[in-house]
Design a protein around this ligand. Structure first.
Ligand code: ATP
Ligand code: MG
Length: 337
């Protein structure tokens, strides 16, 4: 086998979402908007749908095909370019998964156990016991990021510890296996948005798997119902105070982002109207902002064959890139027989 380095003409961006349900407002303001912006600025966008990682916090990954389709609909509806982006499923790219082996050797067991996001996910896990996959999945994510040598990773706040793992893997690999010329792996940077942690209706991180999310594909009525049940507090006067009133602040920021204004001004507008006026305003702002996205999503739903084609093209391209990187890795490690 000879080393094949594919030409990399545009800066690469990698992100992904587990196929565990429909994407929600946290994804949209936490990461999707940045993906679309970077794509418009000329970046080559890679989007991983990590189907193996569904098993980090549950024993069986059910409804995978359905959830993968939902993600594809969400991506295309928010403006990810079906022609240019590389959207792929983990299990379809064997060379990417093989990178996990050398990468695991570069991270200590103590480092795996210390990861604060993994600790939070263990607390919400549906498994009675912590699996090896749960502990090691941040290293799997390092493989997702490094296989395409992504420079930027637009993510929510919960991903920062994992980005640190990816940076550590890149640094240690480069130091342990010096490569002719420049280091093999660039150190990827996280890109946080203005709203890196949107709270869900229960006051915890909005998550697909925690029953507290407002999906991009939800109807206007469903959105209203979910927001009516959102946790707030008993203080009637609405103020923007993220430290003392995190739930109210998260709702104010959501409305502010939807309407392109400042959360303080939204709070002032509501004044003594209390939580119910706040929820009404947020519902209108969200439904208004998502209206065109939801309309596009409904159109896309009519053409499932197109969705499958987008994924199949993405998988082909991801395999080319992963095989080239794996070839460089095994060569750097002296695995040439
Ligand atoms: P699950 O509950 O299945 O883990 P999730 O909602 O946490 O689903 P992920 O697929 O784990 O979504 O995360 C995909 C991306 O979306 C990550 O970059 C993550 O940081 C970001 N993200 C997820 N939830 C939020 C949120 N509430 N606010 C901002 N960003 C978020
Ligand atoms: Mg998650």
């Amino acid at each position: 086998m000879t080393t094949r380095t594919l030409p990399q003409t545009r800066p690469r961006v990698l992100t992904g979402d587990r196929p565990t349900g429909r994407l929600h407002l946290g994804h949209y303001f936490g990461s999707l908007q940045n993906r679309v912006r970077l794509q418009a600025e000329g970046a080559e966008l890679f989007v991983v749908i990590p189907d193996y990682q569904v098993l980090t916090d549950r024993d069986v990954a059910d409804r995978l095909a359905e959830y993968v389709e939902e993600l594809l609909l969400d991506y295309l509806a928010v403006g990810i370019d079906a022609e240019r982006a590389v959207i792929f499923t983990h299990s379809s790219v064997p060379a990417l998964n093989q990178l996990l082996l050398p990468f695991l050797s570069l991270i200590s067991a103590a480092e795996l156990h210390r990861n604060p996001t993994v600790k939070d996910e263990i607390a919400h896990s549906r498994q009675s016991q912590v699996s090896g996959l749960m502990l090691t999945y941040p290293v799997h994510q390092a493989a997702d990021i490094l296989f395409c040598k992504a420079a930027l990773v637009p993510v929510g706040q919960d991903q920062l510890p994992h980005l640190e793992v990816a940076r550590t893997v890149a640094r240690r690999f480069n130091a342990r296996y010096p490569h002719a010329g420049s280091p093999l792996f660039p150190e990827p940077q996280a890109l946080l948005s203005e709203l890196p942690l949107l709270l869900g209706t229960d006051g915890g991180k909005m998550s697909k798997s925690r029953g507290n999310a407002i999906a991009l594909g939800a109807s206007a009525d469903e959105t209203a119902r979910l927001l009516r049940g959102a946790k707030t507090d008993t203080d009637r006067r609405i103020t923007y105070d993220p430290q003392r009133r995190p739930e109210v602040a998260s709702l104010l920021r959501l409305a502010a982002l939807c309407q392109g204004r400042d959360p303080h001004s939204v709070a002032e507008q509501i004044g003594d109207g209390g939580a119910s006026a706040l929820k009404t305003l947020v519902t209108e702002a969200v439904n208004e902002h998502l209206r065109p996205i939801r309309a596009r999503r409904a159109d896309l739903e009519a053409d499932r064959a197109h969705l499958r084609k987008v994924l199949s093209r993405g998988n082909t391209r991801a395999n080319e890139v992963a095989e080239a990187t794996l070839s460089e890795v095994t060569e750097a490690m002296g695995m040439r027989y």
